[in-house]
Design a protein around this ligand. Structure first.
Ligand code: FES
Length: 146
């Protein structure tokens, strides 16, 4: 049911933990399943993500997508990190079962929430970044059909 990559990132999650004094921190949840994900980003003065870490209270797919998301955004500019969509995370994991697509949305939204926090703290606007939601259930309906 799960790809080898999903199982690998679930069993050996990369970048799990927190970053003290992170430049951006974002937390999102899904009220329906009760899962919560928190993303920490360390961003340098050029707007490049130097480090990303996560803490996820959730299912195996949520842990695997958090892990992969941190790997995908590390080394990217904040602009390019916006392109790390839930679809990109799923592709990097060789797919997820349809009922688990919403778990990857948590990863996308947690990145956006952390970037939003970073932008707010620094008084900047990241083009294309919308204010994140705390509960992804409200956007899930549109996206899970992708
Ligand atoms: Fe809720 Fe996976 S079941 S995030």
């Amino acid at each position: 049911m799960y790809s080898e990559k999903v199982m690998d990132h679930f069993k050996n999650p990369r970048n799990m933990g927190e970053i003290e004094g992170a430049k951006g921190v974002g937390t999102v949840g899904n009220a329906k399943c009760g899962d919560i994900m928190r993303m920490y980003l360390d961003i340098d003065e050029n707007g490049v993500i130097k480090e990303a870490k996560f803490k996820t209270f959730g299912c195996g797919a949520a842990i695997a997508t958090s892990s992969m998301a941190t790997e995908l955004v590390t080394g990217k500019t904040v602009q390019d990190a916006l392109k790390v969509t839930n679809r990109a995370v799923m592709e990097a994991l060789d797919g997820l079962p349809p009922v688990k697509v919403h778990c990857s949305l948590l990863a996308e939204e947690a990145i956006h929430a952390a970037l939003w926090d970073y932008a707010k703290k620094n008084g900047i606007v990241i083009e294309g970044l919308k204010e994140p939601v705390e509960d992804i259930e409200e956007i899930e309906a549109n996206k899970s059909e992708i």
